[in-house]
Design a protein around this ligand. Structure first.
Ligand code: CMC
Length: 432
């Protein structure tokens, strides 16, 4: 039974709904027996008021601009931890101690290489293919290579699949990039850290070593931490829903990547840079602000607004600072896109339309400028999001599989199509 009961009166009948309190955040009403007891479904398109699961991984307070992984504030983690420790935290609930860190980092490192056959699959794609299109296929295709980690009921196989996915994603992402520019694939170098290795695979060639700047590696690592998990967002919910049928985790992550690709979700970081380039000059900002406010114009300010945050996205705060450090490290004194971004943010934060709707910059607003400065093309931005979010997807998938209350996800609907009819045009009589 719940912590208290809510009473719902419907058609003259009183129903008691158990209410559960979480450790933080809004309490929930358990409506799982509503249909059985009343014959009604609940209706909540876009899940505005629906908790789809119980989870102990990530907490968000959108009003206050708080994001926590396993209780730790995101800015504290970004400042003091690295991405692999964050993965350990997401997967196992605690940051690793020294021995656990050595074990975990080594385990991850041993899985960085992609199966040699994967390159042949990749070579079948047109060179101009969007890297996200390749990522969707390549991630799901891992299930074709690793038959020894597909049994979701075996905890060891689940763990192995988790390691493989987190460790191989940067390798696959860099392969997508190398393929698109016609350069040979670069193998991982296991002497390098996670983010450092990714930059190495992106920018080294067999002829030229690439000396990874520690400041850029650190910035990339921070970006990975900030994007690692975000409770039940669209792609994570997709991974959970796909996994609820018992599908293997590689296929589920492929589904998550597909969901992430949309411009309302992870695709926004690419859209922000395209928008800043389209704005072109600070003097054009007012015209774009007006377009964003015009209900007859589909244009939205990309990198602004969030379903959950009604305050400054805490991830954007960290990235704003990181963005300045990266530009400084690279000696970029004059970045017109940053000037446009800073001015756009200033104007939007004072504009009544944005203030009233609580539309603040989100995580995607500054990440694109950092990537651009690092020399990463816009088509790779959402891929980077996918590399980072893989740890969150895997942790959430694992949590779901290990939850004894887990059932296949099967939403219902409000049907508004034609009532039953025969081919001769007559109506099918309703039965009681
Ligand atoms: N520019 C202009 N108006 C906006 C914007 C925007 N970026 N975002 C929301 N609005 C308006 C919207 O038109 C609506 O106005 P009204 O109440 O007058 O109809 C109101 O604000 C509420 O918007 P909504 O679409 O009902 O809000 P939502 O919670 O369904 O959508 C969102 C959230 C992120 C999809 C939306 O804010 C958006 O499209 N933002 C731009 C895309 C973007 O930056 N996405 C990245 C999200 S953060 C990364 C991630 O987690 O994936």
């Amino acid at each position: 039974m719940g912590d208290k009961m809510a009473t719902l009166t419907i058609d003259g009948n009183e129903l008691q709904l158990p209410v559960y309190n979480g450790s933080e955040g809004p309490s929930v009403m358990d409506i799982s027996s509503l249909y059985k007891d009343s014959g009604y479904f609940t209706y909540d398109p876009g899940f505005l008021s629906t908790a789809s699961c119980e989870s102990s991984i990530t907490f968000i307070d959108g009003e206050k601009g708080i994001l926590r992984y396993r209780g730790y504030d995101i800015d504290e983690l970004a400042e003091n931890c690295d991405y692999l420790s964050t993965c350990h935290l997401l997967l196992y609930g605690e940051l690793p101690d020294a021995a656990q860190k050595e074990w975990f980092d080594r385990k991850m490192t041993l899985h960085t290489m992609a199966h040699e056959q994967l390159q042949f699959m990749m070579r079948g794609f047109p060179r101009r293919a969007h890297p996200m299109a390749i990522m969707v296929g390549a991630a799901a295709s891992l299930s074709a290579f690793y038959h020894d980690s597909l049994d979701i009921n075996d905890p060891e196989q689940r763990e192995l699949a988790a390691f493989r996915m987190i460790a191989k994603m940067p390798t696959i992402a860099a392969m997508c990039y190398k393929y698109s520019i016609g350069q040979p694939f670069v193998y991982p170098d296991n002497d390098l850290g996670f983010a450092e290795n990714f930059l190495h695979m992106m920018f080294a060639t067999p002829c030229e070593k690439y000396k990874v700047s520690p400041i850029l590696a650190d910035a990339m690592d921070k970006i990975l931490i900030l994007h690692a998990d975000h409770e039940q967002n669209a792609s994570t919910s997709t991974v959970r829903l796909a996994g609820s049928s018992g599908a293997n985790p590689f296929a589920c992550v492929g589904a998550g990547i597909a969901s992430l690709w949309g411009p309302a979700h992870g695709g926004a970081n690419e859209a922000v840079i395209n928008m800043l380039e389209e704005i072109e000059n600070v003097k054009n900002i007012p015209e774009f602000i007006e377009r964003a406010k015009d209900k007859n114009d589909p244009f939205r300010l990309m990198g602004f607004g969030h379903r959950v945050y009604k305050n400054y996205d805490p991830r954007a705060k960290v990235l704003r600072q990181t963005c300045k450090q990266v530009l400084e490290e690279l000696g970029i004194k004059d970045e017109p896109l940053l000037d446009i971004a800073v001015e756009l943010e200033k104007i939007a934060l004072e504009d009544e339309y944005f203030v009233e709707r609580k539309l603040y910059p989100n995580v995607d607003f500054y990440s694109g400028i950092i990537y651009k400065a690092m020399g990463i093309p816009a088509s790779m931005y959402t891929v980077l999001f996918a590399i980072a979010r893989t740890s969150g997807w895997v942790a959430q998938w694992k949590e779901m599989i290990e939850d004894p209350k887990q059932k296949i996800g099967r939403p219902r609907q409000l049907f508004t199509g034609p009532e039953g009819r025969h081919l001769d045009g007559s109506v099918i009589r309703k039965t009681a």
